[in-house]
Design a protein around this ligand. Structure first.
Ligand code: PLP
Length: 404
């Protein structure tokens, strides 16, 4: 069991007041808060070892390089990647997806098919549309049902030898649905297609095992799992990373440069052009250590209780509808109240110190499917409490009275 008071004390921002009220932070799906160890590690890096990596023979450069590479090893173990060079540092999920989509421009031919799911974040839709425009490949969409679950039989009928890549999120940011990705990966592989998993919303809640999943790519961001912004990881299977061309050209990613010809560095450096977010990469390792010290079993237990409590309390409000009612769900609740715009509720409860997100959550196709302008989304982290949920429910009731 989590000692929730001890945990909360580790996050300085959580004891703040906002608009004169104690902060209730339920926008964890957009970004998580940071524990003191992560905040301290950032200043420690700049105070003690700041230098560029992989370049100098001098001591600081070696210390910075070692710390950066140690972080890569931590992340390799965390996600259970077979090889260290399959773990690429990126600036976030968006960067990782664009890297892969760009690489597939060298592989796809007109008439090939790319499958995306109806549940995707814009950052897992737009890069594939751009890829299809460039190559003449065709984008197909795996449909969803009213519960916000993917229709797996429809997915299976969309798969064919024309399918070259399937791209789907592990957990939906807008609805919280946990997708049956292991099964989907197996089916895609049966027709020879590669699979990219957008793990942005999964890594705050669970420890992905890329070997067990057998995915070809797994992308995530550091900032949603207690790490710094501007950090992320793209896991790619060695065979695919060798096949894909580099994403950006520049320093660090080369073996030899002449004006006639450049040869590229070995993995992972082939995909890591330029000076990276060194502090961020190192501290992402600190964040991963922190999450593991809390323990993913504890995290899941706490979040499961929060989800059940919030679902029950919210559904007692008349006219309230929850979007995303699938069987497998993470601690995210998207909802609306009959006849009231989500933005109006969000603004009123913000005045009461409660931070939720309102709008389309970068998933306009999902909103179009439900024929709504957006939702109010409360996304819970392990450091949230049932008391906070009660405060939110009271605030939503108050907002409803004011607005109706
Ligand atoms: C947040 C999010 C992204 C984008 O992550 P960035 O950190 O903005 O690159 C992509 N997919 C999902 C499901 C997300 O929740």
């Amino acid at each position: 069991m989590l000692d929730i008071h001890k945990i909360r004390a580790e996050f300085p921002i959580l004891s703040q007041k906002v608009n004169g009220k104690p902060l209730v932070y339920f926008d964890n799906g957009a970004t998580s808060q940071k524990p003191q160890v992560v905040i301290d590690a950032i200043s420690k890096y700049y105070q003690e070892i700041n230098a560029n990596i992989h370049r100098g023979v001098h001591t600081l450069s070696q210390l910075a390089t070692d710390a950066y590479e140690i972080s890569r090893v931590k992340i390799q173990h965390h996600i259970n990647a077979k090889h260290l060079h399959e773990v690429l540092f990126t600036s976030g999920t968006t960067h990782g997806i664009n890297l892969v989509a760009n690489g597939f421009a060298a592989i796809l031919k007109p008439g090939d098919e790319v499958l995306v799911s109806a549940l995707e974040h814009h950052s897992n839709i737009v890069p594939w549309q751009m890829l299809c425009e460039k190559t003449g490949a065709i984008l197909k969409v795996i449909p969803m049902n009213q519960d916000g679950e993917l229709i797996i039989s429809a997915y299976e009928s969309l798969l064919s030898e024309k399918t070259k890549i399937v791209t789907v999120n592990h957990i939906s940011n807008a609805l919280g649905t946990i997708n049956p990705i292991k099964y989907m990966i197996e089916k895609a592989h049966a027709v020879g297609a590669a699979v990219l998993i957008d793990g942005a919303q999964a890594v705050p809640h669970l420890k992905p095992d890329v070997l067990d999943l057998d995915c070809d790519f797994y992308a995530f961001s550091g900032h949603k799992m207690c790490g710094p912004t501007g950090t992320g990881i793209l896991y790619g299977k060695e065979s695919w990373l060798n096949k894909l061309p580099p994403y950006q050209g520049g320093g660090e990613m080369i073996k030899e440069v002449t004006f006639e010809k450049t040869t590229y560095a070995d993995l992972p450096h082939k995909f890591e052009a330029g000076t990276p977010n060194i502090a961020g990469g190192i501290v992402l390792g600190t964040a991963v250590d922190y999450m593991n010290s809390v323990g993913f079993e504890n995290i899941q237990q706490q979040e499961k209780e929060l989800l059940a409590h919030a679902t029950k309390q919210l559904l007692e409000i008349e006219g309230l509808k929850i979007y995303g009612t699938g069987k497998e769900k993470a601690s995210v609740i998207s909802f609306n109240i009959d006849g009231i715009h989500p933005y109006d509720i969000g603004s009123i409860i913000d005045k009461l110190g409660i931070a939720v997100r309102t709008g389309h959550h970068c998933t306009q196709p999902i909103m179009n499917y439900f024929e709504i302008p957006g939702t109010i989304r409360a996304s819970f982290s392990f450091y949230n409490t049932k008391e906070e949920i009660d405060l939110m429910v009271e605030a939503v009731k108050k907002a409803k009275t004011m607005l109706s």
